[in-house]
Design a binder for this molecule. Structure first.
Ligand code: PAF
Length: 299
């Protein structure tokens, strides 16, 4: 595995792989890698001939007072893991490799970026889509991989790539969970033993809502209210406990079509999020990934 910081050198390496006939898969990350990232890399490895990953803790997606300074950084360990998973190229830029004080361009995905986590973290998704657009332009992969765990990010990135005609197929990978259901996340490392035990209530609340939909409940309000109560009981400060349309991320009253059951909140100072997406068609309920290849000419 080659590790490269300079965007131009990354392009040269990718162009060489493409000239050799390889399709290119790309897994963007902020490092502090866990099994969730590893599963995306395995997906890329199975689907494409040349796999690139990036590690960049993007300052533009952290608000004032968020955890940029203490965000876990473990480049050597991460690089070892990526190499062991068969990654061909690690793009590990510094801040000045991606941003300049002269930059003036912003990317804003209207209607999707300022709801749910975007309401609690103003500007967060503007930072995410800016860096993802830049990374996709540098790496120019055939496919890029994002986790369902960050469902809102997955939807916004798909919308942005389609709207800007970026020639990439966005592939969504399933959430990887600990034995008690907690979704894997780099931020789980902040939890002490007591908070870690209580954190399982997040998926517990969502799984309970899912079971009630499977049992025939079609009204969103009582499910959202129960999820919020479960989180408060576990000691969360709740940002939202919501059931929204899977494409527009707008709250729904009736549960039908593709819906996202999603919660976010802070537990002992650590912000955690989780979700499940369901496809509800009459009495049939199926857990799905929020993948919309039909949005893009390249899907
Ligand atoms: O999901 C993440 O780790 C980040 O938001 C991403 C997509 C790498 C952009 O910085």
């Amino acid at each position: 595995m080659k590790t490269i910081a300079a965007p131009r050198a990354v392009r040269e390496e990718i162009d060489r792989a493409k000239r050799g006939g390889a399709t290119v898969g790309f897994v963007p990350t902020m490092g502090a890698l866990h099994e969730g990232h590893a599963s995306l890399v395995r997906l890329a490895r199975a689907r494409t001939g040349f796999v690139a990953a990036s590690i960049f803790v993007n300052p533009k997606q952290f608000g004032a007072g968020e955890d940029l300074a203490r965000y876990p950084r473990s480049l050597d360990r991460d690089a070892e893991l990526l190499a062991s998973l068969g990654v061909d190229l690690l793009f590990a830029p510094g801040e000045r490799d991606l941003y300049s004080p002269r930059d003036r361009t912003r990317v804003f995905v209207e209607g999707l970026s300022n709801v749910l986590c975007g309401a609690a973290r103003p500007g967060h998704f503007d930072g995410v889509v800016l860096v993802v657009a830049k990374l996709l332009n540098i790496v120019r992969p055939d496919e890029a991989y994002f986790g369902q765990k960050d469902a809102q990010q997955a939807v916004i990135v798909q919308r942005m790539a389609a709207d800007l005609d970026i020639p990439v197929r966005i592939v969504i990978g399933a959430t990887v969970r600990e034995a008690d259901g907690l979704a894997m996340s780099s931020r789980n490392a902040y939890l002490d033993a007591d908070a870690r035990r209580r954190a399982s209530a997040l998926y517990g609340a969502i799984a309970e809502a899912k079971r009630r939909v499977e049992a025939g409940e079609r009204s969103a309000a009582p499910l959202a209210a129960t999820m919020e109560r479960r989180l408060l009981e576990a000691g969360f400060g709740v940002d939202y406990a919501a059931i929204v349309d899977g494409e527009t991320l707008r709250p729904v009253e009736e549960i039908r079509g593709t819906v996202l059951i999603a919660c976010a909140g802070a537990l002992a100072g650590t912000r955690l999020i989780d979700n499940v997406a369901l496809r509800v068609d009459g009495g049939a309920v199926e857990e799905v990934l929020l993948a919309f290849p039909e949005w893009s000419r390249y899907g």
